[in-house]
Design a protein around this ligand. Structure first.
Ligand code: C5P
Length: 201
């Protein structure tokens, strides 16, 4: 099994890169696990308390379960990937049965903060986009898809997203084997990743 880790700040375009990679592979040869599915279970908190969680700090993530699941996939076991709701700010009761595949993509803003996860990745990719681009994408997405308003998105950006990005996300660029600039046309970088995958398959 070949594990590709894809990190990068919020709005950097990780999903686009993931899609560009999986589009080139047969469907039954690839699966994706997302760090967002592994936010800590917070059934004990009220909705108001959950809105105050710092979702951009590594301690918000259940890295133990994430590492466990990736290890299970490596050992050819099926996992039940949690499903997270950005509206309720909590894990739902659903899970998605995820089968081990030849290529496993793990994506998320904070994944390279975990040494165990880094060690499980065969190739580490960091998707870069400038902060203003990321903010623009984040505003659009949170309003359209995650039920937020502009004030909420902007104040969260200033109070949390920006400082957490500087403290915990940007420094993990140093662990990357490949940095993909996602502000512009990036087919060359994607081709390189694809070539590495094809070599290994
Ligand atoms: O898709 P992306 O990598 O941007 O997702 C990570 C972002 O999701 C984090 O920046 C975090 O602030 C945000 N998030 C949120 N509400 C939650 C959980 C995470 O806005 N309940």
């Amino acid at each position: 099994m070949f594990v590709i880790g894809i990190a990068g700040g919020t709005g950097s375009g990780k999903t686009t890169v993931v899609n560009q990679i999986i589009n080139e592979l047969p469907q039954d040869e690839v699966c994706v696990i997302s760090q967002d599915s592994y936010y800590n279970q917070t059934d004990n908190l009220t909705y108001d308390e959950r809105t105050k969680i710092n979702f951009d700090h590594p301690r918000a993530i259940d890295f133990d379960l994430l590492v466990q699941h990736l290890t299970d996939l490596k050992n050819n076991k099926i996992i039940e990937q949690p499903v997270y709701s950005f509206v309720a700010h909590n894990r739902t009761k659903d899970t998605i049965k995820t089968h081990p595949r030849k290529v496993v993509i793990i994506e998320g803003i904070l994944i390279f903060n975990s040494k165990e996860l880094r060690n499980l990745c065969d190739i580490k990719v960091f998707v870069h986009a400038d902060a203003d681009e990321r903010l623009i994408r984040r505003v659009r997405r949170d309003i359209k898809e995650r039920g937020r308003d502009i004030d909420e998105v902007l104040s969260r950006y200033q109070s949390t997203l920006k400082p957490m990005h500087q403290q915990f996300i940007e420094p993990t660029k140093n662990y990357a084997d490949i940095i993909i600039p996602n502000d512009r046309y990036n087919t060359v970088a994607i081709d390189i990743v694809r070539t590495v995958i094809n070599d290994r398959l």
